[in-house]
Design a protein around this ligand. Structure first.
Ligand code: ADP
Ligand code: MG
Length: 254
């Protein structure tokens, strides 16, 4: 059965994109899963990280949301094996027009409804806010993965994320579940990293993923080559941590 998961946090720089694309590639590489990554952030970072030249797109996610193109016409087969619905900055220009459409919260869910069963996993990389695009992502998803970076502001931001998810559940009547919270950008030399991780563990208990993603130069570099961490630094700590995370995700849905 297909699972649709949003990678969401309103804070920027917490590792949403890094997590979304390395999760997508890991599911294909280690588990032979069929994976679609939907890039609903106008920054297009997850598309770029998978080697897609976002400056040359003829069609992209915005055309699907505006019913000018079907998903089939827009999907790109990236060299990693992940299928991608890409975006670039032109998506940002459509935020206000899309916000005025009837049924605006359900545009992505409807667009994916015909094709999600072709995939084992549909992953949606969200922008760092709770505007119409993140709402579409959450409304299209059964569960949400929340990456949290090991900073004081990261910890504070959790409250806003929980409120946004509660809003989707109650005001929009969508029973989205928490897949789990992923600690990211962990620096073992840093006392704050350990304190933030232990606060998160206290707050989320078994909803914390066991994997914790370290802060590494290799994870930061990989997008500039358009490749995953498993190809950029296969034996490094970042690849190991993301592979462990991928295994946890797979075992949740077996
Ligand atoms: P978000 O999508 O939440 O805004 P990103 O995944 O784009 O966050 O990460 C923000 C920046 O930090 C990017 O330059 C990314 O390469 C870098 N980054 C993310 N996670 C790590 C990590 N674990 N180690 C080192 N750099 C990271
Ligand atoms: Mg991002």
């Amino acid at each position: 059965m297909s699972k649709t998961l949003a990678v969401f946090n309103m804070k920027g720089g917490v590792g949403k994109t890094t997590t979304a694309y390395n999760l997508a590639v890991g599911l294909v590489k280690f588990h032979s899963a069929k994976v679609l990554l939907v890039d609903i952030d106008p920054q297009g970072n997850s598309s770029v990280s998978l080697g897609i030249p976002i400056w040359e797109l003829e069609l992209q996610l915005k055309d699907v949301l505006q019913k000018r193109a079907t998903v089939d016409e827009v999907v790109i087969f990236s060299k990693s094996g992940v299928h991608v619905i890409p975006s670039n900055i032109l998506l940002a220009e459509e935020e206000i027009p899309i916000s005025g459409l009837p049924g605006r919260e359900l545009l992505l869910r409807k667009a994916l409804s015909n094709i999600s069963n072709n995939y084992d996993f549909v992953l949606i990389d969200c922008p760092p806010n709770i505007g119409v695009f993140s709402v579409n992502a959450l409304m299209a998803s059964q569960e949400v993965i929340i990456p949290v970076d090991m900073s004081y502001l990261g910890l504070l931001g959790i409250n806003a994320v929980e409120r946004a998810i509660t809003m989707v559940r109650s005001a929009l009547d969508h029973p989205i579940e928490l897949a789990g919270v992923l600690g990211t950008r962990f620096d073992g030399r840093n006392k704050l990293s350990k304190e933030v991780l232990s606060s998160l563990e206290q707050h989320f208990g078994s909803k914390m993923f066991q994997a914790v993603i370290p802060e590494t130069v290799k994870l930061r570099e990989a997008p500039s080559y358009g490749i995953s961490i498993y190809d950029h630094d296969p034996t490094g700590a970042g690849a190991q941590a993301y592979e462990d995370f991928v295994t946890e995700i797979v075992s949740q849905y077996e």
